[in-house]
Design a protein around this ligand. Structure first.
Ligand SMILES: [Zn+2]
Length: 303
């Protein structure tokens, strides 16, 4: 047996440990995904071939994120950073300016036909919630596949196979969502949500946006009394029966509006900014969309 000097052994050990942040990924591609949706797309396409860190946790709204030291470390040691894009992750810009990594950043909204923000508060912005249709979620899967393949061309086949399986599931979900929406009578297709997250879903599946409790694309601005009164008038005028709550947004104001107008808040939340918890059934892209479609269907199809 060869004698290893203690100092050399220590040096090897230190090199392996680095700065205390685990660097081992078994040679796998180290991927950081920002939102739960992008994380799920990366998991679906990358499978066990990638070492994945998802920054946002289920249940958090996606417009704000405090970069923790753990998150910063994951970004720093990543090979690839996948963002949802379309203006969602303003919180990532500053972090990347400090940590570096812009060259490893890929935008998963590429090729999506982005909608302009509906509200004057957000004039000039695009609506970032594009993942809430099956065709756009499919585009996200395709973008993830392209980004992973660019980084690891040797695994192109495995990525393509998993992407194809996911796309097939999304296509089935799309058919089912259209079937459910077709059952909602025309005059009941006006929708009020908690924040303005459903624009893509409503446009894709033939529903109508009546208003949102929070008057913008994110929940940073609380509605003022005049805005709430105007929304209540619209709800009465349009005969809206249900106000939809969201898993990541407090339903308190929605409940107040509902009390005032005689509409009801649908208890089962829609998943918009976040996927559901593992095992909820809304923890995949197709599961999230099917869940939302079912909740909307059940609330609006006449009892
Ligand atoms: Zn949102």
């Amino acid at each position: 047996m060869r004698w290893v000097p203690a100092a050399a052994a220590l040096a090897v050990l230190l090199a392996a440990c680095g700065n205390g942040i685990p660097t081992a990924s078994d040679g796998r591609l180290r991927v950081v995904a920002t939102t739960t949706q992008v994380g799920e797309a990366a998991r679906g396409v990358g499978g066990d071939d990638i070492a994945l860190t998802v920054l946002l946790k289920p249940g958090a709204e996606a417009h704000d994120f405090e970069i923790t030291t753990t998150a910063a470390a994951a970004i720093e040691r990543s090979d690839l950073i996948l963002e949802s894009g379309a203006g969602l992750e303003v919180w990532l810009e500053g972090a990347l300016a400090t940590i570096g990594g812009r060259d490893r950043l890929r935008d998963m909204s590429q090729g999506v036909d982005l909608r302009d923000a509906a509200d004057a508060d957000d004039a000039g912005e695009v609506d970032p919630h594009y993942w809430l249709t099956a065709p756009n979620a499919s585009r996200m899967i395709e973008n993830v596949r392209a980004a992973l393949t660019e980084a690891r061309p040797d695994l192109a086949g495995a990525f393509a196979d998993r992407a194809a399986a996911y796309l097939a599931r999304l296509e089935m979900a799309d058919v089912e969502i259209r079937r459910l929406m077709a059952e909602i009578p025309e005059q009941r297709r006006g929708i009020v949500t908690n924040h303005d997250a459903l624009g893509y879903f409503l446009a894709e599946y033939g529903l109508r946006f009546v208003g949102s409790v929070f008057p913008s694309l994110d929940v940073s601005a609380e509605p003022n009394p005049a805005q709430l009164a105007a929304l209540a008038d619209t709800i009465r005028g349009e005969g809206v029966v249900a106000i939809f709550s969201e898993s990541a947004v407090s339903p308190k104001l929605a409940k107040a509006i509902a009390d005032e107008t005689g509409a009801r808040v649908v208890d089962e939340p829609l998943y918009t900014d976040s996927l559901g918890l593992p095992g909820s059934g809304a923890d995949t892209l197709d599961g999230m969309l099917l869940h939302d479609a079912q909740v909307i269907h059940d609330a609006l199809v006449a009892d």
